[in-house]
Design a protein around this ligand. Structure first.
Ligand code: CS2
Length: 492
């Protein structure tokens, strides 16, 4: 039997192969515009909304996906061709795979092609939430000072072309302006990125931008728009050719961009929605008054834990996070980092046992079927580590706590950025907006062991902290002299 293309017309046939939406997709209203449709959004928020439709037939919160950048064109093309449908394959540790077709994204738009349509959709009365997964690097702030970066050329363009924006802040501002002028309520801006205080950061960035553009609008936003903080969680590897082939060979289904993910899913949200929200509590989403401690726990344990495995893993030649976890030296190192450095500087969280949380993380990372590549984890480390790892070092410098595991990680990152090949001399796949700067700074290490730390945009004032500098020099020597990261991790 030849494979059948995933799309709306073929759903009745496909339903014999995998579970498909049983709700009527033509009834769905667009209540959410989501900017940044990637694997994560489709494994997480779009899956929750799908369940809301499937289990509760609540139709007001369908998703219109928006790609802001030219780089979003492939996703736009694939999902448009598939009428927004895609397959989600949940990979269980025991080898079971549960695939189903998800139908909550009803429309895709590409802002570079149809900017007016994007603005009109965002400004439409039915749209009540604009959610974002624009990555840690997408918020346009200086990693150390947190200040909005007005030097960005696209931001400059948006300041002067209010009705013809290019950036996410330009779009949010222009759409909110239309709503204000049309006497409509605003939408909630819902950040779903791994940034501490993600809602507060989104608010600060948008307001700083709009204050330069239109002070009246800024005031209206300040008074009327809400930006709940959220903690989002589901490990979603990059889709591979093997994942696409699996869907085709097992289910006779052609899906140009399926999503694979782990079974675990979590969403903790502040209940601050200025224009209503979906009843996600029906699906286990936790609504709490203060998300900050949850975010901090997740970012400093899960996300940092990933980096603590991923960077040395890439140097050693482990391909995936589960390969790292199969290596007792790596698994022990990661747990030591979590126990000795990350945990002591976390705040207590009522109802959460951190030991159990960390045990669960170990199981999740070790899931042999998740095959989460170390290159995904290492990607954009320049945006991630200032959020995931460096604050833990600062806290421990202050409290007198251990810093050796996190410091070794930074020394390993220096080696990784400098050499750009692994210990088997195979080129590393480095994906980072600051790849060149990192390489330049790291390559001064031969003459100056702390040369890497000159990147103050990333490391802040770490180069002025004596205890850290001593530890960093020691780790650099070990990493560069031995050229065997695993043995350094073992002895640390
Ligand atoms: C990862 C995250 O990007 C990373 O480095 O740690 O993408 C992680 O998999 C997700 O935040 C899990 O919720």
């Amino acid at each position: 039997m030849s494979a059948i293309q995933l799309n709306q017309d073929n759903l009745p046939t496909i339903a014999a192969q995998i579970p498909c939406p049983t709700y009527n997709r033509t009834d769905i209203k667009t209540g959410i515009v989501h900017i940044g449709v990637g694997g994560f959004h489709r494994a997480h928020q779009a899956y929750y909304i799908h369940q809301l439709l499937q289990k509760h037939n609540i139709v007001d919160w369908g998703i219109c996906g928006v790609g802001i950048r030219e780089g979003d064109r492939n996703m736009y093309n694939v999902l448009t061709q598939q009428d927004g449908l895609y397959t989600l394959s949940v990979q269980h540790p025991d080898g079971q795979i549960h695939s189903e077709a998800i139908g909550s994204i009803t429309k895709m738009l590409l802002a570079v092609d149809t900017p007016e349509l994007v603005l009109n959709t965002m400004a439409h009365a039915d749209t009540k939430i604009v959610s974002l997964t624009i990555t840690e690097g997408g918020y346009n702030f200086h990693p150390q000072t947190g200040a909005f970066d007005f030097s960005n050329v696209d931001i400059q363009h948006d300041l002067n072309n209010q009705d013809n924006p290019k950036t996410v802040f330009g779009y949010l501002a222009a759409a909110l302006k239309r709503r204000k002028e049309n006497g409509l309520q605003p939408f909630t801006v819902l950040s779903c990125d791994n940034i501490p205080h993600n809602g507060a950061v989104a608010r600060k960035m948008l307001l700083t931008f709009v204050q330069k553009q239109d002070t009246e609008l800024a005031q209206w936003i300040e008074q009327n728009v809400t930006f709940p903080n959220t903690m989002v969680d589901r490990i979603t590897p990059v889709t591979s050719k093997a994942d696409i082939d699996y869907i085709e060979n097992t289910h006779q289904l052609k899906d140009g961009w399926p999503v694979v993910c782990e079974p675990f899913i979590q969403w903790v949200v502040e209940d601050k929605f200025c224009n209503g929200r979906p009843p996600l509590e029906k699906l286990g989403v936790q609504f709490v008054p203060d998300v900050v401690p949850y975010e901090k726990m997740k970012i400093r344990l899960l996300n940092a834990g990933h980096s603590v495995l991923g960077i040395p893993g890439a140097i050693h030649g482990h391909a995936t996070i589960n390969d790292c976890m199969d290596d007792p030296v790596f698994a022990t190192f990661m747990r030591q980092f979590m126990d000795k450095e990350a945990t002591p500087v976390l705040d207590a969280l009522e109802g959460i046992d951190l030991e159990t949380y960390k045990d669960t993380l170990e199981e999740r990372f070790a899931n042999p079927n998740i095959k989460d590549s170390v290159s995904r984890i290492c990607s954009e480390s320049s945006a991630k580590l200032p959020k995931f790892l460096i604050p833990t070092i600062h806290d421990n410098l202050q409290s007198g706590g251990s810093i050796k595991y996190a410091t070794l990680l930074l020394a390993a990152w220096c080696y990784y950025s400098d050499k750009q090949v692994n210990e088997k001399n195979i080129p590393l796949e480095i994906i980072d907006a600051k790849k060149e700067e990192l390489h330049q700074a790291a390559s001064t290490t031969v003459n100056n062991p702390v040369g890497f730390l000159a990147l103050t945009e990333i490391f802040g004032d770490l180069q002025t902290k004596d205890r850290f500098v001593q530890e960093f020099k020691k780790m650099i020597t070990l990493v560069y002299e031995r050229e065997d990261i695993r043995s350094v991790m073992k002895d640390v």
